[in-house]
Each structure stands twice: as C-alpha cells, then as structure tokens.
Design a protein around this ligand. Structure first.
Ligand code: C2O
Ligand code: CU
Length: 457
C-alpha cells in the first residue's frame, strides 16, 4: 500500500468507525449498515470507468449510438468480495457533466455521486475517484445521477459477494433489465396527459443489453442450483419476471437476505433488485421473460439452457406460466434473515408524504412540492425515522433512499414500490450522516420533481 493509499485508507477507516460509534452511542436499534463492524480490509480493487459516447448492438445488425461506460452496455460488471475496498476512477469523456451513484451501497456521503448534493459534477475531460468499502454483501447497481443520463445506458451491476451465502448455489447470473431509448432522453414538453403519463419512445425491452430476438443464454446442468440476480436500472419500466418450467426461490431483495420463498413470478420496480435461486430439475431449454407491467413492448427474454439436454431453444412462443398465473411474490411474504428493528408505535420522527402528479400537471410532487423547490426532510443522527407514503396518482412510484437501508414490513430494502393509489410505510435509523437524496426511481418522475433531500441537522 503506498502512502497515498494508506492515508486514504485511514481516512475511510475513520469515517466507517465514526458512524458505527455514532450509532452505538445513541443506543439506537441497529440497521444492516450500523452492524457493519469494518473496516480492517486490506484488499484493494481498482476499477476504471470511462463514460463516453459509443455504439451498442441490441440485436444483430441493430446498432445505436448512446452514452456508455467503457463502451459496454450494460456497463462492466463490477464484482467485489464483501469488505474489499473499491477505488473506481471515473473518466468523463462525455460532452456533459456526469457522476456515478452506487445504488444501494451505504457509502460515506461524499462518495454517493449526487451532483449538487454530495459532490460537484464531474466536468467533461476531468476525472473523479470514488473510494468506498464494498459492504455489506448484496446485488447493487451503479449509474449516472445527472439528469436523465441513466436512461442513455450509463448503468451497470455492482455485485458484492457474501462470505457465506445463506442459500447455496452452483452458478451465479446477473440479469440487468432495461428499457432501450434510441434517442437522447428529454422531459415531456407540455402538460396534460402527454406531459405526465406518456412513456418515452422506447425501442424495446432489453435483458443484459439485448432485444428478445437476441436473447442471451444462461447455461445450467441438471441437479444444479442457479442464482439469478435481477436488477432493474431502467428509466421507466416495471417488470414482471418468470421462468418457464421452473419456480423461483426468492433469497434477497435489494441485496438483503430473506428466508427463501418460492414463487412463479415477481414484480421488480425501477431501482429494485431481487435474487432468486432456481433448482435445475427440468431439462430442456426454457424462456426466461421480463414483461412490462404497464407498457405493450415485447417482453425482454433470455434462454435457460440445460447443457445436458439435446434441446437448444425453447418451443417458439413459449410464455412462462408465471406470467399468466401461479404465485406472484408479495413483499408481505418475505422475512429478513438479518435482525429487524424492535417494534415501536412511536418513532423519533415521522414524515407523511403524498405522492402526486401526472394527468394535467407538469410536475411530480411530494406533498405538493416539486424538487428542487422543496423542503429538506430533517433528521438527527441516531433517530428512528418513519416515512409513510401515500400514492395519489395512477403511476407506479418506486421510492429510493440513498445511504441507508430501511425496514418495510419484515424486510430490509432501499427501494420500495408504491402502487397506483396505494400506500406503504418504512422505518430507518439515521446512522449515516450527510445529505441524502430520496426520490422516485422513475427517471422522469425524479427529474420532474418527485424528490427530496434527507438532511442530518
Ligand atoms: Cu439509483 Cu438516486 O438512485
Ligand atoms: Cu414515480
């Protein structure tokens, strides 16, 4: 370790230990973040990301120019082991400012990648060093947090492998679900229905960067257990996922381990992640499908192919049973493996937030305010916070909190879907000081105001 590295390491060590002690000294209940005892990790993993214009081939012969990390779409898969220190250099070769946000990882505030809140935007032709600990283990994502850049292709998967998985597996596949925009993203021009509700002109739904006719293959062998990590970094699409001929045992949501629950399909909102383990006990070739729950674009697809079967492709037109019936996962069925917060009717602070917009409005709001013309949600370190969300619109709002995990029902998550006209509630412990973005992960809703800053005072 060089002197420079060493200094940076010690500085980070101080941050991590500092926030742990802060959590402990107020005797607050513990969250997955505050249970991190780290660091003492000497393994350094260096990654280089260059954000630049490039070409993507979403199907043979179908090439588009867009903005990419390292010329890849999705961006390069970053895999680290729990507790490693990650140093990611971002080189900005775009004609615009950019940043990278480590979605779901409770990094220290200056590493969170939100321009104007946690860092200055990275100007064209300059670089920024992101330096943080890869912990806790889980399936995370990274993406630009400038404007609508996420919808251009500046997204990738960040996988932090656990030392001892609570559900064993033989193979590990990352499945990135996305909607593909062949043009530069723009906010809807006028108000009215078109302004609020219209979907961007997507050219199709992608699985690991490919249209259905170029469906990627996931190989398995009979008798194995395959782990699929579903990630949804899309701009504006909620997916329902199922695999023909197989059930899925849900093992993690947003990277946090849960007691396995077996289902035929699950719904994954923008910003959410679900890990499942599938028992390969039905030889053949099967369709894995991710269908938009709102739109009419052809579902994204992959093929689950048994290497020990003569069949190489699924029967034409095969639709997984789970997309038309069977057991659909309900969040209420899941129970965290990690300890939950003690029950309390009386948190230290509560926010009641109404989500609205769409229809005749030009913005998406929280309690009538459209960010940046919106008050911060002020909290104090150590407090137990409750956030109640009521969706008074016809749109799906996957709400994402930076820097923290929150408890919803009996699970830990960082992104929770609030269904149209529905409501939900979550609790978290203020154990990571700073200013943190809290927003709808529909990129357009976020840009049109559905966001707040959670601010430690
Ligand atoms: Cu996935 Cu505010 O981010
Ligand atoms: Cu929304």
């Amino acid at each position: 370790m060089s002197n420079v590295d060493r200094r940076g390491f010690l500085r980070l060590a101080t941050l991590a230990v500092g926030s742990y002690v802060a959590g402990a000294s107020t005797a607050s209940p513990s969250s997955p973040r505050s249970r991190i005892r780290g660091p003492a990790h000497d393994v350094l993993r260096k990654v280089h990301l260059t954000a630049a214009e490039g070409e993507v081939e979403v199907a043979p012969g179908l090439v588009y120019r867009t903005w990419l990390y390292n010329g890849q779409f999705p961006g390069p898969l970053i895999r680290a082991s729990e507790g490693e220190r990650l140093q990611v250099t971002l080189d900005n070769a775009l004609p615009d400012d950019t940043t990278v946000h480590w979605h779901g990882v409770p990094v220290a505030n200056p590493m969170d990648g939100v321009p104007g809140i946690t860092q200055d935007p990275v100007r064209p032709g300059t670089a920024f060093l992101y330096d943080f600990l890869a912990q806790p283990a889980g399936s995370f994502m990274y993406h630009s947090h400038v404007g609508l850049q996420l919808d251009r292709g500046l997204v990738g998967a960040l996988i932090v492998e656990e030392r001892t998985p609570h559900v064993p597996y033989d193979r590990d596949y990352v499945v990135v679900l996305d909607d593909f925009l062949p043009t530069a993203p723009t906010l809807p021009a006028g108000g009215g229905m078109m302004g609020g509700m219209a979907a961007p002109p997507y050219a199709g739904l992608l699985l690991n960067g490919k249209l259905p006719r170029a469906a990627p293959e996931f190989a398995v062998r009979r008798g194995e257990r395959a782990r699929f990590r579903f990630l949804n970094p899309s701009g504006a699409t909620t997916f329902r996922v199922a695999i023909a001929g197989h059930r899925m045992s849900v093992t993690h949501t947003d990277g946090r381990p849960v007691e396995p629950v077996t289902v035929d399909s699950l719904i994954i909102g923008m910003g959410e992640r679900y890990d499942v383990v599938v028992a390969a006990d039905n030889p053949g070739a099967w369709t894995l499908m991710a269908a938009s729950v709102e739109g009419s674009l052809a579902p994204a697809q992959a093929i689950v192919r048994y290497l020990d079967s003569a069949q190489t492709s699924p029967p034409a037109g095969q639709i997984p049973e789970g997309l038309v019936g069977g057991a659909l996962l309900s969040l209420a069925e899941l129970h965290a493996v990690e300890p939950l917060l003690p029950y309390t009717a009386q948190p230290n602070r509560q926010f009641d937030l109404v989500l609205s917009g769409g229809m005749m409005s030009r913005s998406w709001t929280i309690n009538g305010q459209a960010y940046p013309d919106a008050n911060p949600l002020e909290v104090r370190a150590g407090e137990r916070i409750r956030v109640r969300l009521a969706n008074q619109s016809m749109a799906i709002h996957p709400m994402h909190l930076h820097g923290h995990f929150f408890q919803v029902g009996s699970v830990w998550k960082d992104t929770v879907v609030v269904p149209p006209m529905g409501s939900t509630s979550f609790d978290f412990v203020a154990d990571n000081p700073g200013d943190w973005f809290f927003h709808c992960h529909n990129a357009y809703h976020m840009e049109m105001g559905m966001a707040r800053v959670v601010s430690y005072v």
